[in-house]
Design a binder for this molecule. Sequence first.
Ligand SMILES: [Fe+2]
Length: 370
Amino acid sequence: MCVGAAAVYAAAFEWNRPLFGRIPSPVELTLRDALVTAPFLCWLASSLVAFLVVGLFAIPQGMVGAARRMAARRRVHSSADALASPERRRFLERTAAVAVSAPFVGGVYGLLYGRLNLETTELPIRIGHLPAGFEGFRICQLSDIHIGPFMPASEIRKYVAIANALKPDLTVLTGDFVTFDPSTQQPVVEALSGLRAPFGVFGSLGNHDAWARVEDSITELFRQVGVRILRGTNGEIIAGADSLNLIGVDFQSHRRFGPSAPVDRLLGNIEGVITRDRVNILLSHNPDTFPRAAELGIELSLAGHTHGGQAALEFISPEIAPSRLVTPYVAGLFHKPGGQLYVNRGIGTIGIPIRIGAPPEITLYSLTRG
Ligand SMILES: [Fe+2]
C-alpha cells in the first residue's frame, strides 16, 4: 500500500516537471496539479474504494445468490425469475448507480472539502502534580505538515496564522515536515518560521523526515529560525520557580519502517533525561511509544503519524480506519496508568490528497492540575 502510494506520488511529481518549459516548485499547487494530478488521484481513490466496496458486498452477495439458485432448482414449481420483475430491476439499477458514483463523490468531497476542513481541538489535560506556575498553560500542536503540491507553503502559512491566533504559551511540532522530496525542507521551515509562542517552538521528527534523509539538515534549518528540534534530548520550560521537562524523540518503532531501523527497547535513548521531580512531556511522532512512555512515568505524550486514518469511515464505525491495522492509537486521547497520550490528526496528507472522516487538526491543550 505504502509502495503504491509512493509510486503514485512520484508519478505526480514527474508529471509536473516539463510544465510550460520550466520545472515548477514541488511546494506550490500548479495548474497541472489542479487539472490533471488531482482528478487522476481522485479517480484512483474512487476506483480503489469501488473495488473494495465490490469486494465487500458483491462476493458475499454472489455466494448467497448461488445458494438461492441451487435451492430454487430443487423446487418443482419455481417462481418467476425475480430479476424479470420490473421493480427489482429498477432497484438493482439504482443500487448500481449509487455504488458507482458514491466513491467518486466521496473522493471529490475528501479532496475539496474534507482535506481543508480544519478542526481546532481545545482540550484540558489534567496532570496530578502540575506545578502552580503552569496552571492554564496552553500548548499548541501541529503535526504531519507534508509540504507538497497539495500542502503548498502558502497554505501552511495560513495554518501558522491560525495557530498564532490561539495565543499558545508553547507550540510543538510532531514531525513529518516533508514527504519524500528533500528539496522541500527549506520551504517548509520558512513557512513554519512564522510560529510565535512566548515559551518557544519545539519539535520532533517523523518517519518521512527520515525517508527523505533530511533529519540532520532540517534540524539545522529549524535551529536557524529559532525552532528547537529535540532528538533524544530534552528542553526545560521555565515559568517562574517552576519548570516542565519537554522531551523529543525521532521516529522509533519495534518494526522496520523505511530507513528507520527497529529498536529493541522503545524510548531507551531518553530514559536518562526523564525527571522524577518535574512533569515530563514527550514529543514522539509514533504514538506506539505510548505504553512504554506511560511505564516510564511520562505524564503526557503528544504524537501524530496516523493522520487520523486520513480516509476513515469512523462515522460508520470507529473501527473502520486503515491506521487501525498498524496501531490502536489512531486519533484522540488515550489513558494508561502512569500517563496519557493525545494523537493529533495532522494537517497534511500522503498518497492520495483526500481526507474523509478525519479532518485536519490543530490541537490546543490547556494544562490543569487534577
Ligand atoms: Fe505523516
